[in-house]
Design a binder for this molecule. Structure first.
Ligand code: SF4
Ligand code: SF4
Length: 532
C-alpha cells in the first residue's frame, strides 16, 4: 500500500499523471506483443506462427496484468478516477486522437480492405496478419483464419484482459465484479468458442450458419435472411432448434428478463458490444456528451434505426415468402398482416395503459408506428417478388449492413471511443438497446433509487455515466432514475462517495416519481418512505 502524499494543492494543474516504473514495464511488454502483430501486418513471415501468436497474445496479457496490478493493487480499494482529465489518452488529448485514428483505420481496413490484412483469395494461402492466426483457427474450427476470425480473437482478448483490469479497478464493488465475469464468459463461450466449434461440425452434407446465440434480433438483423433460414431448416433438429431459439429469444426471453431486471441483463451482462465498452472502453466513459441536445439526437437517431431495421427485416422475409397458402400457411399477406397486428396491439396497449408515463416518448412511438404501418400497407400494394417499392430488399439490407453494421457500430462505435466515449453505438445506433429501452421505461421493475438527502452534488455520477444521463439532477431531487437509455452498468452507484444511488428491481407502482421533489430532511420524505 502506498502512503506517498501528493504535495500539490493545485486544482488546475496537479502533478503530472506519469506512469510508475512498473507500469512502464507493463506498457513496454504489451507494446512488444502488439509489435509482433504489426510486423505480421507488414508481411513479416514468422517461421513458427503458433509460437509467435502465443508470444504476442501472451505479452499483451502479461503487460496488462503488470500494469493493472501496479495501478490498482497498490492503492486502497475504492473510486479510482484520479486525474482522468489530465491524461492525454483519456481527455481527447494527443494520444487520445492517435488511438482514435489508429482504431478507425483498423476498422476501415477490416471491413473494406481485408486483403491488406493478408486474407487470401479462395484456394490460396493466407499471408500477413491473417496467416499469423491460422494455427489457432485450425485448432478451433479446422480451417484457415479469416479477417473475422482475427477480429473475433482480438475482440475476445480485449474483453478478457481489460476485464481483468476493470475488476481490479472496481474491486470495492461486487456488482461490477459479477457482471464483468458475466460479459467475459459470454464473449469467450457464446461469441467466440461455440460458433467456432459449430463450424467444425460443418461438412458437405451438414452446414449451420455462424450463430452467436446471444445475438438477438434486431441486433443480428440478418438472422432471418433466406440463406440462414434455409440452412437452419436443412440442418435438421439442431438447426430448427436454433431457429426457434432465435424467435423465442425475441418474444419470450427478452421481454421476461427485461421486465424483471431492466435492459441491464443484456446490455451490461451479456452483449459483446456492451462487454467491450465496459472493459476496454472504461477509461473513456466520462467523455459521453451530457447535453440536452445530445439526448434529443439520441432519441431521434436510435428510434429511426429501430423503424428502419423493423421495416428491412419485414421486407426481407416478405421477399422470400410465397403467395400460395395451399403450399405453406405463412404467405406474404399473412406475414404482413401478422406484423401489422402485432405492432398495433403493442401500440394500443401502450397508449391505453402507459400514456401518462410516456410524455414526449409517445410522439416518437406514434410517429414510428405510423411510418411502419404505412410502409407495410404500401408493401402489400406496390411491391413485387424481390422488390419493396423500387428497392431490392437485399440492397436495403446491404445498405443497412454498411451504414449501421459497419460504419456506425465498428468505425464510429469503437474507433471513436477516445473521442465520444465508450457507448456511442449503444446510445445512438443500437436497435436492440432501443427496443429494450422502450420496455425498460414502460414495463420493467428496474429503477435506480436516489437518497436525495445524502447527495452532496459532487457530480461524480453524471461524469462517469457512459450513457450521458445527468444522474446528479435526479439525485438532487430524490427522484428515481427510469431512463430508456440506462444500461444499468452501476458505475454511477460505484463512484458515488455518499451511497446515494441504488440499482433496484421492485414493483411498478410509484416507479416513475418525477413529481416528487424531496430535499434534505423534508418531512414528506419520511411519509413517502413509510408508505412504501
Ligand atoms: S445511470 Fe448509472 S447505471 Fe445507468 S447507464 Fe448511467 S452510470 Fe450506468
Ligand atoms: S448522487 Fe452521489 S455521485 Fe451523484 S452528485 Fe450526489 S453525491 Fe455525487
Amino acid at each position: 500500500m502506498s502512503n506517498k502524499l501528493n504535495p500539490s494543492m493545485s486544482l488546475a494543474k496537479p502533478d503530472s499523471q506519469a506512469l510508475s516504473k512498473t507500469q512502464k514495464i507493463g506498457v513496454a511488454i504489451g507494446i512488444i506483443g502488439l509489435f509482433i502483430m504489426i510486423l505480421a501486418f507488414f508481411n513479416v513471415d514468422f517461421p513458427n506462427k503458433t509460437v509467435f501468436l502465443s508470444l504476442s497474445l501472451g505479452m499483451i496479457t502479461l503487460g496488462t496484468i503488470i500494469f493493472s496490478n501496479n495501478a490498482y493493487l497498490t492503492k486502497e480499494a475504492g473510486i479510482q478516477n484520479d486525474g482522468v482529465w489530465f491524461k492525454s489518452i483519456a481527455s481527447r488529448g494527443f494520444w487520445g486522437w492517435i488511438l482514435g485514428i489508429v482504431l478507425t483505420l483498423f476498422y476501415i481496413v477490416l471491413y473494406f480492405k481485408a486483403e491488406w490484412l493478408g486474407l487470401a483469395a479462395k484456394g490460396e494461402a493466407n499471408s500477413g496478419l491473417v496467416a499469423l492466426f491460422d494455427p489457432l483457427s485450425r485448432l478451433l474450427n479446422g480451417g484457415p483464419a479469416s479477417q473475422w476470425f482475427v477480429y473475433g480473437t482480438l475482440y475476445t482478448a480485449a474483453i478478457l484482459v481489460f476485464g481483468y483490469k476493470f475488476m481490479l479497478k472496481y474491486r470495492h464493488n461486487k456488482y461490477e465484479q459479477l457482471r464483468t465475469v458475466s460479459v467475459m464468459f459470454f464473449q469467450l463461450a457464446f461469441a467466440f468458442l461455440i460458433p467456432e466449434f459449430m463450424a467444425r461440425l460443418n461438412s458437405e452434407t451438414f452446414s449451420l450458419p455462424y450463430y452467436d446465440l446471444k445475438n438477438i434480433w434486431p441486433l443480428n438483423y440478418y438472422n432471418f435472411d433466406k440463406y440462414r433460414v434455409d440452412s437452419m431448416i436443412e440442418a435438421g433438429d439442431i438447426g430448427l432448434a436454433f431457429l426457434i431459439f432465435g424467435i423465442v429469444s425475441i418474444f419470450v426471453i427478452t421481454p421476461i428478463l427485461t421486465y424483471k431486471y431492466g435492459k441491464r441483463w443484456y446490455c451490461s451482462w451479456v452483449c459483446g458490444c456492451g462487454g467491450l465498452a465496459e472493459t476496454a472502453g472504461d477509461p473513456f466513459r466520462h467523455l459521453s456528451d451530457k447535453t440536452q441536445v445530445a439526448w434529443k439526437i439520441e432519441r431521434w437517431v436510435v428510434h429511426s434505426v429501430v423503424v428502419f431495421v423493423t421495416l428491412m427485416t419485414t421486407a426481407v422475409i416478405y421477399s422470400y415468402l410465397g403467395n400460395d397458402s395451399s403450399k405453406y400457411w405463412l404467405t406474404k399477406d399473412v406475414f404482413l398482416l401478422s406484423v401489422a397486428t402485432l405492432l398495433t396491439v403493442v401500440f394500443a396497449l401502450v397508449m391505453i395503459f402507459k400514456r401518462k408515463e410516456l410524455a414526449k416518448d409517445a410522439q416518437y412511438g406514434a410517429i414510428g408506428y405510423f411510418v411502419i404501418i404505412m410502409v407495410i400497407i404500401g408493401m402489400h400494394y406496390f411491391s413485387g417478388t424481390k422488390h419493396v417499392f423500387l428497392f431490392n430488399t437485399y440492397f436495403l439490407q446491404s445498405s443497412y449492413g454498411f451504414l449501421i453494421g459497419a460504419i456506425f457500430s465498428g468505425v464510429i462505435g469503437v474507433g471513436f471511443y477516445p473521442i465520444f466515449g465508450n457507448r456511442v453505438w449503444c446510445r445512438f445506433g443500437c436497435p436492440m438497446a432501443a427496443v429494450l429501452g422502450f420496455q425498460q421505461r414502460l414495463f420493467s421493475r428496474f429503477r435506480i433509487t436516489t437518497n436525495g438527502g445524502q447527495c452532496i452534488s459532487c457530480g461524480n455520477c453524471s461524469t462517469y455515466c457512459e450513457m450521458g444521463i445527468d444522474v446528479r439532477a435526479y439525485a438532487q431531487k430524490g427522484e428515481n432514475i427510469v431512463r430508456s437509455s440506462c444500461v444499468g452498468c452501476g458505475i454511477c452507484a460505484a463512484v458515488c462517495p455518499r451511497g446515494v444511488l441504488k440499482l433496484e428491481n421492485d414493483s411498478l407502482k410509484g416507479r416513475i416519481n418525477s413529481n416528487d421533489i424531496l430535499l434534505g430532511n423534508d418531512v414528506d420524505l419520511m411519509d413517502l418512505v413509510n408508505q412504501k
